[in-house]
Design a binder for this molecule. Structure first.
Ligand code: ADP
Ligand code: F6P
Length: 457
């Protein structure tokens, strides 16, 4: 069996018990724990020069990290990846900006990743690259003579071609993506959008049956497929149920009033937080029977806080939280709690289990693992209700959630009332449906299908 080499920009702390805010880190760490292998990525540190930093091994995982120089960090991570690609991939084109120098920096860092990785590779390694920060890595590795099989899994959405084309370097990016052997997407919508671009605008030709996903482009065969990322459902439930964690969460809920509506996200404009706050305000205004009984808790640790658009959303949310509480709070009731920090999973999972409803309303999201973690954490006899944006990748599977349009504030307000008033039989039925799908599309299946398709392609 060949060794699995995972490459991603962000790597998780591989010691137990530390908070990992971000679906990629949470998913990859869990996937690697079972299979073992090498994990290569950025240390999170910005230093004088870009350089290899450290290697350490915990159990079956060996972690290699590299540091980034200030200029590389600014142009690659802060600039092109997060200020150009991220908004376009999430259909937020008005929020992005493009600088040619930043795109060149992005290419330079992809080349640097390739040069640092190459000496660690063995001829039969399978290389699994993750996410939008490394779209050009296969091309960089190929230029160094690496012939291993290389796959890319995109954790974010892939937008309709017309949206992707707003990125001035779109054609170069697509050409580089076609240097991978296998491209994996979260949903059929993302996969189809990518195929559509390649077939109509990049000279690609479909190979074999219409839905096989194989495309001949630039003289190579590139395969595409849909691999929805999952969670370890039993592990999540076990963490949610651990008595000591559970006691802590129950005490917290008593303090927070009877009914808890919970949201957990990185503080990111794609997560629809402002619209969600306004929807909660509307819920309070239109359904006064819940006053004094319900708390909406938003947990949102700051993310990418040196980028202007992220600073702006943070300021807006602070103002909105203050305004909504100012309008509705009583001496003995604060309706909205807004917490800007991460929590360890043994705190988060029991809190999910205590919440009667979870609001997951991104404007666009690749998958959204919080939605799946929430469902997995529930007591099947008395589950809470998931209110889920139809624009989260998770909505393709979790059709039994209360699906909402995150731009429809009145609709979200009605869904909150419905969730808090839902009969237990209906909650159980919906929960069971979602669990069946989540068990089928587990994290192991995500990993095993992708790796098998990459190895056998
Ligand atoms: P994204 O990848 O865009 O951050 P996801 O919902 O897919 O979004 O993944 C978020 C992951 O990060 C989940 O596993 C979640 O448990 C974790 N997470 C999010 N916010 C927090 C937080 N405040 N504390 C700890 N973990 C968090
Ligand atoms: O796909 C979501 C994602 O961008 C991951 O790539 C990343 O690990 C996570 O969100 C957190 O973002 P960042 O690494 O920029 O802090």
């Amino acid at each position: 069996m060949s060794r699995l080499v995972v490459v991603s920009n962000r790597v998780a702390p591989i010691q137990e018990g530390e908070a990992t805010a971000g679906g990629l880190a949470a998913g990859v760490l869990d996937a690697l724990k079972g299979k073992g292998g090498l994990w290569f990525g950025w240390s999170g540190e910005v230093t004088e020069t870009s350089e290899p930093r450290a290697e350490h091994t915990v159990g079956p995982i060996t972690l290699y990290t590299i540091n980034l120089a200030r200029k590389d960090y600014d142009q690659y991570y802060r600039g092109f990846a997060n200020d150009t690609l991220w908004p376009a991939l999430h259909y937020q084109i008005g929020l992005g900006h493009f600088e040619e120098a930043e795109f060149q920096g992005y290419r330079r860092v992809n080349d640097f990743f390739a040069r640092a990785l190459k000496p660690l590779l063995r001829p039969d390694d399978t290389i699994w690259v993750h996410d939008y920060q490394l779209l050009c890595l296969a091309e960089s590795l190929r230029a160094l003579g690496v012939t291993n099989r290389i796959g890319l899994f995109l954790h974010t959405p892939f937008p309709a071609p017309g949206v992707f084309m707003t990125i001035p370097s779109h054609a170069e990016l697509i050409r580089a993506m076609c240097g991978y052997d296998l491209l994996g997407f979260q949903t059929d919508i993302d996969c189809t959008a990518f195929q559509d671009y390649v077939l109509r605008f990049a000279g690609g030709e479909a190979v074999g049956e219409a839905l096989s996903g194989a495309i001949k482009v630039n003289g190579r065969l590139v395969r595409t497929g849909v691999y929805p990322i999952g969670v370890h459902v039993d592990e999540v439930r076990a963490q949610a149920e651990t008595p000591v964690n559970r006691r802590q969460a129950t005490r917290l809920r008593a303090y927070l009033m009877d009914r808890l509506i919970l949201s957990v996200d990185r503080l990111d404009y794609s997560k629809g937080l402002r619209q969600r706050f306004v929807a909660f305000e509307r819920f309070l205004a239109e359904f006064p029977a819940h006053h004094g009984l319900v708390t909406f808790m938003q947990i949102a640790p700051p993310s990418r806080s040196d980028i202007e658009t992220y600073q702006r959303i943070r300021r807006e949310l602070e103002a909105e939280a203050g305004r909504i509480n100012g309008r509705f709070a009583e001496v003995d009731w604060v309706p909205l709690r807004y917490l800007n920090r991460g929590f360890a999973r043994n705190v988060l999972m029991p809190l999910y289990a205590e919440a009667q409803a979870c609001l997951v309303t991104p404007l666009r999201d690749g998958m959204n693992l919080v939605a799946k973690e929430y469902v997995a954490a529930q007591d099947p006899e008395e589950p809470g209700v998931l209110i889920l944006s139809e624009f989260a990748g998770a909505a393709r599977e979790l059709q039994a959630a209360l699906l909402v349009n995150p731009y429809d504030e009145a609709g979200m307000a009605r869904a909150m009332d419905r969730a808090l008033s839902m009969p237990v039989e209906e909650k159980r039925e919906r929960h069971q449906d979602m669990m069946t799908i989540m068990r089928a599309n587990s994290l192991e299946r995500w990993r095993d299908r992708f790796v098998a398709d990459l190895e056998n392609g």
